[in-house]
Write a protein of this length. Structure first.
Length: 118
């Protein structure tokens, strides 16, 4: 059975719930039937790793902020990355963004760094 992450809102409160449901329609039907909270977002969990995360040895660069751009439609989007491996350079980040990311289903043509915290 698929697992879902469900965002629920009421007033100024936002809650996140997780559950296994038969379908997105089942998630909506379930919460509409039992809760006054409004379902605002449903995400299907495609990957989950339950193993122990690595210890926090602070052996990383804390943050990278950059802008990725597509020249065809001149769209830009901000990219924020945390806990960057010490062996990774800005060029490595640029290449990974160009290789793995998209902007509105179009390739990333360029990227520029705004902040690279050490």
């Amino acid at each position: 059975m698929p697992k879902y992450k469900i965002q629920l809102k009421q007033g100024k409160r936002t809650l996140v719930a997780y559950g296994e449901f038969k379908s997105v329609a089942s998630v909506l039907a379930f919460y509409q039937r039992i809760s006054t909270l409004k379902v605002t977002e449903i995400l299907k969990i495609e990957y989950e790793d339950e193993t122990i995360p690595p210890i926090d040895d602070f052996n990383y660069r804390s943050q990278f902020k950059g802008m990725i751009k597509n020249n065809t439609n001149r769209m830009t989007k901000q990219v924020v990355l945390n806990n960057i491996k010490m062996s990774i350079s800005e060029n490595d980040i640029y290449q990974a963004c160009k290789e793995h990311m998209e902007i509105n289903a179009l390739n990333v043509d360029s990227i520029f760094s705004v902040l690279f915290k050490k």
